[in-house]
Design a protein around this ligand. Structure first.
Ligand SMILES: *[C@@H]1O[C@H](CO)[C@@H](O)[C@H](O)[C@H]1NC(C)=O
Length: 161
């Protein structure tokens, strides 16, 4: 009896410290903001770098997106047309650090698979077919750990020519 009373508050703490250790859930697809108790860090202080191998690709073409920096545990990555995630990520099932999730579209978001510290991660992304003339923006949420994170940060652009 007594032990039950002690267990409940302890269990309530677990989601806070291990927030999304297995990746962002689909529930945060839209606002890309973790449901952590801490607010996001100010966008201007974003310390990570997002780069693309090619800023201009063909409709249905592929490019590589890299998130690098001083170490991060979690991320959510989307390429957006306005506020809609588009295209798809190609991540093998046995990838050590990353996996795809379906944000009302097949594999159109990428997230971490575990809370290992990552310093540089490169992922393949394919533009949708019939997207000629579109300009997309890469958005990321990056979490240094369960407490410090930057949410829905607009970064590089990808032009479909
Ligand atoms: C996402 O969509 C793919 C392709 O339809 C499917 O194989 C996969 O199981 C889906 N993933 C989840 C988590 O629903």
């Amino acid at each position: 009896m007594g032990s039950k009373l002690i267990l409940i508050p302890l269990l309530a703490l677990i989601p806070v410290t291990l927030s999304y250790s297995g990746g962002a859930p689909e529930a945060v697809c839209e606002d890309m903001t973790p449901k952590h108790p801490n607010p996001p860090q100010p966008p201007k202080t974003f310390p990570y770098k997002v780069s693309v191998s090619e800023n201009e690709i063909k409709s249905g073409g592929r490019t590589q997106i890299t998130i690098s920096g001083d170490g991060y545990k979690g991320f959510l990555l989307q390429v957006r047309d306005g506020d809609k995630p588009v295209g798809s990520f190609q991540i093998p099932d046995d990838h050590r650090y990353a996996k795809t999730i379906n944000c009302s579209g097949k594999r159109n978001a990428a997230t971490h698979k575990n809370s290992a510290t990552k310093k540089e991660l490169t992922l393949d992304w394919t533009a949708p077919r019939g997207s000629k003339g579109k300009d997309y923006v890469i958005y990321v949420t990056v979490a240094t750990d369960g407490e410090v994170y930057w949410a829905r940060q607009p970064t590089e652009t990808i032009k479909v020519a």
